[in-house]
Design a protein around this ligand. Sequence first.
Ligand SMILES: NC(=O)C1=CN([C@@H]2O[C@H](COP(=O)(O)OP(=O)(O)OC[C@H]3O[C@@H](n4cnc5c(N)ncnc54)[C@H](O)[C@@H]3O)[C@@H](O)[C@H]2O)C=CC1
Ligand SMILES: O=C([O-])CC(=O)C(=O)O
Length: 320
Amino acid sequence: MARPKIALIGAGQIGGTLAHLAALKELGDVVLFDIAEGTPQGKALDIAESGPSEGFDATLKGTTDYADIAGADVCIVTAGVPRKPGMSRDDLLGINLKVMKAVGEGIRDNAPDAFVICITNPLDAMVWALQKFSGLPTNKVCGMAGVLDSARFRHFLATEFNVSMKDVTAFVLGGHGDTMVPCVRYSTVAGVPLPDLVEMGWTTQDKLDAIVQRTRDGGAEIVGLLKTGSAFYAPATSAIEMAEAYLKDQKRVLPAAAFCDGDLGVSDMYVGVPTVIGAGGIEKIMNIKLNKNEQEMFDTSVKAVQGLVEACKGIDETLA
Ligand SMILES: NC(=O)C1=CN([C@@H]2O[C@H](COP(=O)(O)OP(=O)(O)OC[C@H]3O[C@@H](n4cnc5c(N)ncnc54)[C@H](O)[C@@H]3O)[C@@H](O)[C@H]2O)C=CC1
Ligand SMILES: O=C([O-])CC(=O)C(=O)O
């Protein structure tokens, strides 16, 4: 049977890392697409030349021609620009919206059956626009942010508790911005919720609050350190986890920016919610119950995303 085909739209920092990871894991044959002539070809050849040492047979092709993504099973979109220190993700909206239009049309015309994972920021508004521009079914278009934000939360928690990352679960919901909602009650160490761990004296409420805030600021922390761009290793790993769940029909329960149609009280927009990802794409949204405080934070986050969606409609009238 032919290997699955994975198209990576954008061959920058995340795109290159995605290609490397997809090849190392032999998830499928990789096509790297970018508008910068030479970049996708150079990265594809460089990674392919690591194949003999790593022992993978997956093929890699770099291209500036959308025709080469034809028939892709998965498309992961990182095309656009990242932020620099002093910028918010929302500052990227105008420039990246134009990129989403070109990418959406490219996917629509060449890979209409793909499962599409958008990474480009500001994430929730960009995935909303990408779905509109591509016209693909909403269950086949989603955004990656929650897996990354939850991984950051898990990393900070595991370090604080001095336990294995494997035993820490976490859910970060809402929009991928300053208003994201790390769900303390639904995050656990081996099933024991974080509030219980505070009661048990494993940490203090102040320390937990600081970890929640560090999680919210996780992207900005890396931007401040790198200075030339934003995080790319963990974002790529997170999207690969989602792509693998789809390709292997794993039915993984992962937070993703998914199209909500009344889910968690949200209608007609994309926002971070717990989902089940399998061969059907976003197969289910878990309509978890939020308490009053969580609901308030989630509503604030949804409102922030709604504002960005309205801004998109103001810029491109075909979206209105
Ligand atoms: N959702 C999330 O959790 C995260 C999102 N991001 C976002 O991901 C995006 C990509 O980040 P990086 O890979 O670090 O940026 P990068 O600048 O390294 O790569 C972006 C690539 O997109 C290409 N590009 C620009 N316009 C294009 C078009 N019309 N068609 C195809 N390719 C095009 C550029 O030539 C460049 O190679 C940024 O918007 C960033 O903010 C970054 C980290 C996490
Ligand atoms: O912070 C940024 O600009 C990139 C991003 O979304 C993240 O790393 O979470």
